[in-house]
Write a protein of this length. Structure first.
Length: 217
């Protein structure tokens, strides 16, 4: 189902190996860094590759996170669409098509697992993340890649792998590999954030947000 690939923003694939001599980063340390942000605003460029498209589809827009569980993706080009997840509700508003729909995520276990994994990553909730995914972390604090492979059978029917790569607490790229072969890559530009500061003095920046949700009838 292509909608799951859209929603999956939020996660990871290729990254270069850590520089020689760099201290190895643990998953627990990474989750602590990612969970240090109270709020976040950033811009993104997302490229979707699909066998159904003659050419890749490129989306541009903004990402917003507010603790504890609000994430929003606002596509500004080539159309105007806003996807908001807060609590147990998902709202899809497409101003180009003049339609708005709010649904409960509890009725779709696979979708719920994907959304929960996105919020768990942003909140640094390792236990919640491990309930739905097998985790593999490579690299150092300066350059890392976290790969997520679904443990949930329903989710695995649609998403084969998600990957996040970044530096310190900043997520710079999210890659979603769909089970059907489609692929989505989101490049995230550093934005403004509120929260604790890294020991280096740099603000923690990142925001895993699902690329786009399925239209639930």
């Amino acid at each position: 189902m292509k909608g799951y690939g859209k929603l999956a923003f939020l996660l990871l694939f290729l990254t270069a190996p850590a520089a020689s001599g760099a201290a190895t980063l643990t998953v627990a340390e990474l989750m602590q860094m990612l969970g240090s942000v109270e709020s976040e605003n950033a811009r993104f460029v997302e490229t979707r590759h699909s066998a159904l498209l003659k050419a890749p589809l490129v989306l541009e827009g903004t990402l917003t996170y507010r603790r504890p569980d609000r994430v929003e993706k606002h596509v500004l080009s080539p159309y105007d669409e806003r996807i908001t997840v807060e609590g147990g509700r998902l709202t899809l508003e497409n101003r180009t098509q003049n339609r708005k729909k709010t649904v409960s995520i509890s009725g779709a276990p696979g979708l719920a697992a994907l959304i929960e994994s996105v919020r768990a990553t942003r909140a640094g909730d390792l236990d919640a993340l491990q309930r739905h995914f097998a985790l593999q972390l490579e690299g150092s604090r300066e350059q890392w890649t976290l790969t997520l492979k679904p443990l949930d059978a329903q989710l695995a029917r649609y998403v084969s792998q998600l990957a996040l790569s970044g530096s310190d607490a900043r997520i710079g790229r999210i890659t979603v590999e769909e089970a059907g072969g489609d692929r989505s890559v989101m490049e995230i530009s550093a934005g403004t954030s509120s929260g604790e500061r890294a020991p280096s003095g740099k603000s923690f920046r990142s925001l895993p947000v699902p690329p786009a949700p399925p239209v639930v009838q």
